[in-house]
Design a protein. Structure first.
Length: 173
């Protein structure tokens, strides 16, 4: 019988140790946390769909669905495609009102969604693609986006949204 090289023995030993540790039972609280995260992942999927549905409604001039999805706390942030950086619900609400009033038209969808979900916070990153209609002209939307959700009173609320800039939305210099 041929002896295994020392490196192979180490690899086998580490693999067996990993299998042993992974086979140990988890506590009831750890199991409950895992189940909670799975439920939260499903809820964040719904919250994300709701966010993009509300965004598209806002393009028609109705900002209420979007405003209902946001936390109204003073610590929220918005960094939108026009290059602004806002902190707090009062300023963010004004921005949603202004965007709704501009009736951008078109439609945007989230693609390549990646989510990281915890018990009370979640982050999604995606590519927003679609179009807006500016002065009767179709303008392409394709930008990177991050949205942060916080669970407040049992509901997932947006507390941060950040996108790349869109040239046609940037304020004049």
């Amino acid at each position: 019988m041929q002896w295994l090289p020392r490196t192979s023995v180490r690899i086998v030993s580490i693999s067996l140790a990993f299998l042993f540790v992974s086979a140990l039972p988890i506590s009831a609280s750890e199991q409950a946390d895992k189940e909670k995260v799975v439920i939260n992942e499903q809820e964040i999927g719904v919250a994300t769909s709701d966010f993009y549905a509300a965004l598209n409604v806002m393009f028609t001039g109705d900002g209420q669905p979007m405003k209902a999805l946001w936390s109204h706390a003073s610590d929220i942030t918005y960094m939108g495609p026009n290059g602004i950086y806002l902190v707090g619900w009062d300023d963010v609400e004004k921005e949603w009102d202004a965007q709704a009033a501009s009736k951008l038209g078109g439609k945007v969808v989230a693609k390549r969604i990646h989510q990281v979900v915890g018990t009370n916070l979640a982050v999604i990153n995606c590519i927003e693609t679609g179009e807006n209609v500016i002065n009767g002209k179709s303008e392409t939307v394709e930008l990177r986006s991050s949205t942060v959700f916080r669970k407040e009173d049992g509901a997932w609320k947006v507390i941060g949204h950040q996108t790349d800039k869109l040239g046609y939305m940037a304020p004049p210099q």
